[in-house]
Design a protein around this ligand. Structure first.
Ligand code: ASP
Ligand code: MG
Length: 393
């Protein structure tokens, strides 16, 4: 919801759904770019930003939109009541800025439902075991919604966003990309993890673990979008479902690493201790007792990663530590990949034909990812989308 008009449009949709007889619980995100604006404001005020205070600040965005939506719904003659994450008893651990939900009690939400009212819950936030306000990480309103749906035994969790579903590729890059009517939780996890930024990864994990069907759809058109559900073993799986890309990572290379037990363990433990989220890792075979280790990290973690690796390099007898932020990752995701050999060969051939160099490769059972130069990644997405005939037309 970006402005008052959008709040009223959402209220209208909620009121109509309620009048059709369904019990509805609404979870709201902050309006427009509120969360980014608050982050900027904090930086303008001080370089000292204790995570607890940031959480108090950032979660205020959702506390503004919840009562506004409740008022708009009430204005349409449907009784509504807003709750903060704390009032809804979204209990989390004490990790500020990225708290994990440990329990959803939601007594007052249930009571409001029983009274026939529409509860409107501020997303993205909870209350910690230490009674502090916590936030669930960027995009965390999705997680609030899924967690509440699971706790309340809802039939489904509808996620309204500014795109009309999950696509076979980013439609801004591939105009003929197709909206997928249905993807499995597993595919959605790999799509989210490899750059398809429709849903917060954590919310998909939560939905899978609790068997909550998700319906990703547009709050502009209200048309049916993409269902994210349990894989149906009786159905033939598409070999490749989507091509995703991610330009948010950078590559770190540590050269001349001694090839002996314990070295990788020390390096990646040190990174983990600083909460760096390492993605692709490549280690070459050693020629003369030393090897190179390359790994990718979110660009936002690059500085910390370099600090860690450079501090450790002399200790572990490694050589240079180099950074490269000109990379991007292109991935194919599809449940049918498990049983279809040859997908990687085709992918590499497509990239080879366009003379796009592959710098790193990583796979899961249903995903195949290549790290390439960032300035070639959009071309790679288009070529792969075409080669695997994903537009379906
Ligand atoms: N407002 C929060 C964010 O921008 C949570 C959300 O949008 O889901 O990350
Ligand atoms: Mg959001």
């Amino acid at each position: 919801m970006s402005d008052a008009e959008r709040v009223r449009a959402v209220a209208d949709h909620v009121a109509r759904t309620r009048r059709q007889g369904a019990d509805v619980v609404v979870v709201v995100s902050a309006m427009g770019k509120t969360t980014d604006d608050l982050l900027r404001l904090a930086s303008d005020v001080s370089t000292v930003q204790p995570p607890r205070e940031l959480d108090m600040l950032l979660t205020s965005g959702e506390r503004v939109s919840a009562p506004l939506l409740a008022m708009a719904i009430a204005g349409l003659g449907v009784d509504a009541v807003s709750f903060t994450g704390s009032q809804a008893q979204i209990i989390t651990d004490t990790t500020h800025l990225n708290a994990k939900i440990v329990e959803v009690k939601a007594d007052r939400v249930r009571a409001a439902l029983a009274e026939g009212r529409v509860p409107v819950v501020a997303g993205f936030q909870g209350v910690s075991l230490d009674r502090d306000v916590t936030s669930l990480g960027r995009g965390g309103s999705d997680t609030t919604a899924v967690a509440l749906a699971a706790a309340l035994g809802a039939e489904a969790c509808e996620i309204y966003t500014d795109v009309s579903g999950v696509f076979s590729a980013d439609p801004r890059i591939v105009p003929e990309a197709r909206r997928l009517p249905r993807v499995s939780f597993e595919e959605m996890l790999d799509i989210a993890a490899s750059g398809g930024r429709v849903l917060a990864l954590r919310s998909v994990e939560f939905a899978r673990n609790h068997g909550v069907p998700l319906h990703v759809r547009s709050s502009f058109t209200w048309e049916p979008g993409t269902w994210v559900v349990e894989e149906d073993p009786s159905m033939e799986q598409a070999v490749v479902t989507a091509v995703t890309h991610d330009i948010s990572e950078a590559k770190v290379t540590v050269t001349g690493v001694p090839d002996k037990p314990g070295i990788a363990a020390r390096l990646f433990r040190a990174l983990a201790d600083r909460a760096v989220n390492v993605d692709t890792i490549v280690q070459n075979t050693s020629l003369h007792g030393t090897t190179d280790i390359s790994f990718t990290v979110p660009k936002t973690d690059l500085e910390v990663s370099l600090d860690v690796a450079r501090a450790l390099a002399p200790e572990i007898g490694a050589g240079e530590v180099m950074a490269d932020d000109g990379i991007a990752k292109v991935s194919l995701v599809g449940a049918g990949m498990r049983s279809h050999p040859g997908v990687s060969a085709t992918m590499f051939e497509v990239l080879a034909t366009a003379a796009i160099n592959i710098e790193m490769i990583s796979t899961s059972s249903i995903r195949l990812s290549c790290v390439v130069r960032a300035d070639r990644v959009e071309e790679a997405v288009r070529l792969l989308h075409e080669a695997f005939e994903l537009s379906g037309g």
